[in-house]
Design a protein around this ligand. Structure first.
Ligand SMILES: O=C(O)c1cc(=O)[nH]c(=O)n1[C@@H]1O[C@H](COP(=O)(O)O)[C@@H](O)[C@H]1O
Length: 288
């Protein structure tokens, strides 16, 4: 069974919410940090409380490495401890590293994030340099069941700068990227009908949602943009297939949920936000 199969089953069991552990030190509630601990150690305590509170309603977790790298070695220790803590729960974990280099360098990134200290179930990749920036990860995908999510049509306003440009044949650049990646993903299909080569499709632009979902039926989607970036449950539902076939990330919306729930402890508030998000997406899927 591939990690993508496990992710499919996790979504079937607990829903599509992907809890984004993009933990900036400033997100820790007042009075939470202990002065005798480092910033990284305090972030790990915060993450552990979030993981404990949300794992029963999370399809997966996503750990965004920049938040940890920015703290140097203390942060990289916190990154590893966070990954290990999530892995011990059995809930799938995506390392959001957005790597995009070629050849031997990409092989080194694959080694760095698919084995050893920073081993994760999935990683995110940026395909601008071409398919030879994705291929070096495939031995881990095809032989060890690892998974990748590759940027196709992103959630940010800058998606319009390159991704929406039109080709001579009428397709968008993102269609061409998606078509090539979808074809490449046929080499690593799982039991549940999804390739281990997944696509990142932002949930903030909805005009083409139905078309994109229909075009890539066997591609699992990582769908960011819910909450803080304005994506709604109605928007997101269109990128799922009967509530599965994708995971929906929210980072600030979950980590900072306590700021919108006065008097509620931060981990409880994160749990409440996950439940609300899961219910809203389920209801929107049921209405489709
Ligand atoms: O690959 C991603 O995860 C990603 C792709 C994309 O198109 N848009 C996007 O926001 N992301 C990530 O998703 C997360 C969104 O965080 P929030 O906006 O706080 O929910 C961040 O970790 C982003 O780096």
């Amino acid at each position: 069974m591939t990690n993508m199969d496990k992710l499919y089953e996790a979504v079937a069991a607990r829903g599509p919410v992907c809890v984004g552990l993009d933990t900036d030190f400033s997100y820790l509630p007042e009075g939470f940090a202990k002065a005798e601990l480092t910033a990284g150690e305090n972030i790990v305590r915060f993450n552990q409380a979030i993981v404990d509170a949300t794992k029963s309603v999370a399809g997966c977790f996503k750990v965004q490495i920049a938040y940890y790298e920015s703290l140097g070695l203390d942060g990289l220790n916190a990154y590893k401890k966070t990954l290990d803590y999530v892995k011990a729960t059995g809930v799938p974990v995506i390392a959001d590293i957005k790597r995009g280099d070629i050849a031997k360098t990409a092989e080194m990134y694959a080694k760095a994030h698919f084995e050893g200290d920073f081993e994760a179930d999935f990683i995110t990749l940026a395909p601008y340099m071409g398919l030879d920036s994705i291929k070096p990860y495939m031995p881990f995908v095809e032989e060890k069941g690892k998974g990748v999510f590759v940027l196709v049509r992103t959630s940010n306003p800058g998606a319009k700068d390159f991704e929406y440009e039109k080709l001579a044949d009428g397709r968008h650049v993102y269609d061409m990227v998606g078509d090539k990646l979808n074809a490449m993903g046929k080499s690593c299909m799982g039991e549940h009908g999804y390739s281990s080569l997944g696509l990142v499709i932002g949930g903030t632009h909805i005009e083409e949602a139905a078309e994109i979902r229909a075009r890539y039926k066997d591609s699992f989607f990582l769908i960011p943009g819910y909450g803080a970036q304005g994506g709604t449950a109605e928007d997101i539902a269109q990128y799922l297939s009967a509530g599965n076939g994708g995971v929906v990330n929210s980072s600030r919306g979950i980590l900072l949920a306590y700021k919108k729930q006065p008097g509620v402890e931060f981990a409880q508030a994160a749990y409440n936000e996950c439940v609300n998000m899961k219910e809203a997406i389920k209801n929107a899927c049921d209405r489709l």
